[in-house]
Design a protein around this ligand. Structure first.
Ligand SMILES: [Zn+2]
Length: 364
């Protein structure tokens, strides 16, 4: 069967690899992949920045944003609640086996040892192929009516985690956030915008491109009642002067410079979650005294958030119900390109007005 793979560490080595169709493994679900989403992480792996092959393999099958259908349920799982035909998304990270209390309790997103593995990223083949086999512990059922945007569950889960953790951290005080800022309007930034609006926050989403009716990211932002701002027209580090106190910042710009500019705009008792990373090296001149002063005097918290365990995937499915009711079609209109797996080279190309590209793999 077909798989899209790379040679780890080799720049632009993406190719189509023939691999064997998996057996029905006892205790596992055999899953037919319908679609996989493409994100910045895939592009960084293709760029050779990271990504490692499973032991014994000299290639890594890409893909960590999946959507599929259960093809077969192995013997022993008759009463597991899974049936052939169920729509399914699997989580990305698998726990380490090093007596790590976080991994042992299902929170491998908070792994202490770094010895976790990740589908399509680190030591495990991904979902950019026709079939895969997985334990139900890592599989989340998706209602059939969510099929049009089901492939967005992994990025939704990543955002659910960042927002949940922000609120959890803020249990340190009587937290009644009113205003949120999202830095970046890629899929993560837009999903954060949706979820913050769903919680009723006044939300401002800032990205580089100018707004207006020809910018689909700006259109979607305004659709859910948030305000789109271009960093060509506003200064991120002075957003607070323009908007008033900022209670929550979700950073998803992929720019370390924007991270520090965002920190400077955070309000009193504010919390900022950083979800993006920038590769390579970047030396910046920052006013360290000012940031130090502001963090202390403002009781501020700035934290990083990566990956998502199954509870965040389940939260994502919950939130979708509410989002779709409030803004029908907003989620599915995030998918701006669907290409057959054979067109993977085109799919990995950047396109300014594109939001989410999805590879179509299996037919139903
Ligand atoms: Zn661990």
């Amino acid at each position: 069967m077909k798989a899209v793979a790379i040679r780890p560490g080799q720049k632009n080595s993406v190719f189509m690899q023939e691999i064997e169709k998996p057996e029905v493994v006892p205790g596992q679900l055999l899953i037919r992949v319908l679609e996989t989403g493409i994100c910045g992480t895939d592009l960084e792996i293709i760029n050779g920045d990271f990504g490692t092959a499973p032991s014994g393999a000299d290639f890594l099958v890409l893909g960590h944003e999946s959507f599929g259908r259960v093809e077969a349920v192995s013997p022993g799982l008759e009463n597991s609640g899974w049936q052939p035909g169920d729509y399914v998304v699997c989580t990305v990270r698998r726990p380490c086996h090093d007596h790590d209390p976080n991994c042992d309790s299902g929170h491998s997103d908070m792994c202490l040892t770094g010895n976790y593995t990740e589908r399509g990223i680190k030591d495990q083949h991904g979902f950019m192929t026709e079939f895969y086999s997985e334990y139900p512990d890592f599989a989340i059922k998706v209602p059939a009516s969510y099929r049009p945007w089901g492939v967005l569950l992994e990025p939704t889960a990543v955002v659910e985690k960042a927002i949940y953790q922000s609120y959890k951290i803020q249990e340190r005080l009587d937290f009644e956030p009113k205003r949120a800022v999202v830095l970046g309007a890629g899929p993560i930034g837009l999903l954060a915008t949706f979820l913050l609006r769903d919680r009723g926050l006044e939300t401002f989403t800032i990205a580089h491109s100018l707004g207006g009716p020809t910018n689909p990211k700006a259109v979607l932002t305004e659709r859910v009642g948030a305000t789109y701002l271009s960093s060509q027209e506003v200064e991120v580090e002075h957003l607070d002067k323009m908007l008033g106190n900022i209670d929550i910042i979700i950073e998803a710009s992929g720019s370390s410079e924007i991270v520090f500019q965002g920190m400077a705009a955070l309000g009193p008792n504010g919390v900022m979650s950083i979800t993006g990373v920038e590769g390579g090296h970047n030396s910046l001149a920052i006013d360290a005294n000012r940031l130090n002063h502001q963090l202390v005097m403002g009781n501020q918290v700035v934290f990083g958030s990566v990956n998502a365990n199954r509870r965040y995937f389940e939260m994502g499915v919950e939130s979708w119900g509410s989002l779709e009711k409030k803004w029908p079609g907003a989620l599915s209109s995030m998918i701006t390109r669907r290409l057959p797996i054979e067109d993977f080279q085109t799919a990995f190309g950047r396109d300014r007005n594109n939001i989410k590209t999805v590879l179509q793999i299996g037919a139903e």
